[in-house]
Design a binder for this molecule. Structure first.
Ligand SMILES: NC(=O)c1ccc[n+]([C@@H]2O[C@H](COP(=O)([O-])OP(=O)(O)OC[C@H]3O[C@@H](n4cnc5c(N)ncnc54)[C@H](OP(=O)(O)O)[C@@H]3O)[C@@H](O)[C@H]2O)c1
Length: 313
């Protein structure tokens, strides 16, 4: 038998149960993975609690989108994977488990030197960061402001934007400013006086803004700092982004991601893996939790934690 964290009703961390389930068998087009680490994303708790809508629960539902481990079985028509391959995967429902099956196009071979822990940290944050940087058309000559730059998505976005040649300003707590600097960004404190600090740092103005914080301050400052609303995007304020005339990439937006945006989110993973394997990209890992403490991990992620939290089956 395999083990999986599941829930049968929406609610707090207490609705999560550690269940024994049959070891999943890959259908055609799928790969089975023994999970060594699962990444904990803020969306996991938002979906579990009902803060972000999901289809009605008709049977026990897994939680967790990202993970890494090694291949244990390969579906009949799948090429490119062998049993034992170290892999990263994303985009599933239920990565907090010992064993999962994943559509093959969401599985990527993990290069030597990239641990399962680092691999499990990539899917949602790096996919989101890469897609937003591509969707905003970030390039050399841009000055990008990232709200929430010290978080998992923010850190990935700093690196993708810097790689594209942009100058990157990032809001952060003082405590976390070093992280922003280490990745090539310029830290600015969030809080009172933010607009003035940005104007002082970039007297010619910022040319694009990515909101990974979702605060009223981030939205209001963005509207004051940049006239071109098509170059302001939020990944948190999806429900009311349109009322400000800015772009939203899901985060509760009524507009789903386009096929291109979804493709970019997957394309990000092999791009990031290659850059990490060659030491050019960095991933900050945080606390690790055993499977039975998945609820604590989700709670900690919702309250804001340093580095990517992991559940280790
Ligand atoms: N739309 C999507 O597809 C999508 C995808 C991924 C994530 N998200 C959402 O994006 C958000 C960030 O995700 P994450 O994984 O990066 O979370 P995270 O790692 O927990 O980072 C949260 C960040 O918010 C910052 N922050 C806290 N209070 C702030 C404030 N008052 N002003 C500005 N920044 C503040 C924190 O900075 P300090 O620690 O320095 O205070 C930290 O950098 C979450 O709401 C998540 O659900 C959306």
């Amino acid at each position: 038998m395999a083990k999986a964290i599941q829930y049968s009703e929406l609610g707090g961390p207490e609705v999560l149960a550690l269940n024994e389930v049959p070891v999943p068998v890959p259908a055609p087009g799928e790969v089975a993975v023994r999970v060594e680490a699962a990444g904990v994303n803020p969306i996991d708790a938002k979906q579990r609690s009902g803060l972000r809508p999901t289809p009605p629960i008709t049977e026990p539902r897994g939680t967790g989108i990202d993970g890494a481990g090694h291949v244990t079985a390969v579906g009949s028509d799948v090429d490119g994977f062998r049993i034992g391959d170290p892999v990263v995967f994303t985009g599933i429902v239920g990565s907090y488990a010992t064993d999962v099956v994943v559509p093959a196009h969401k599985v990527f071979v993990r290069p030597a030197g990239v641990s399962a822990a680092v691999g499990a940290a990539l899917g949602v944050p790096f996919g989101t960061a890469y897609q937003t940087v591509r969707s905003l058309g970030i390039r050399g000559g841009d000055t990008l402001l990232i709200h929430g730059a010290s978080g998992s998505v923010g850190q990935a976005a700093i690196q993708f934007a810097a790689l594209a040649g942009a100058r990157v300003l990032g809001t952060t707590s003082d405590r976390r400013a070093d992280r922003v600097i280490a990745l090539g960004g310029e830290p600015l404190a969030y809080g009172d006086g933010l607009v003035e600090r940005v104007r002082q740092a970039a007297p010619d103005g910022v040319t694009a803004i990515l909101d990974c914080a979702g605060t009223d301050e981030a939205i209001e400052a963005s509207l004051e700092l940049l006239e071109d609303r098509s170059r302001i995007a939020t990944i948190v304020r999806g429900p009311d982004a349109a009322s400000f005339g800015i772009r939203a990439f899901s985060g509760g937006s009524p507009t789903p991601l386009s096929a291109q945006q979804q493709a970019w989110r997957l394309e990000a993973i092999p791009v990031a893996l290659a850059l990490i394997a060659t030491g050019r990209f960095h991933v900050e890992l945080g606390e690790r939790y055993p499977l039975e403490r998945a609820g604590d991990a989700q709670q900690a992620a919702s309250e804001g934690a340093d580095g990517k939290l992991l559940v280790l089956p």
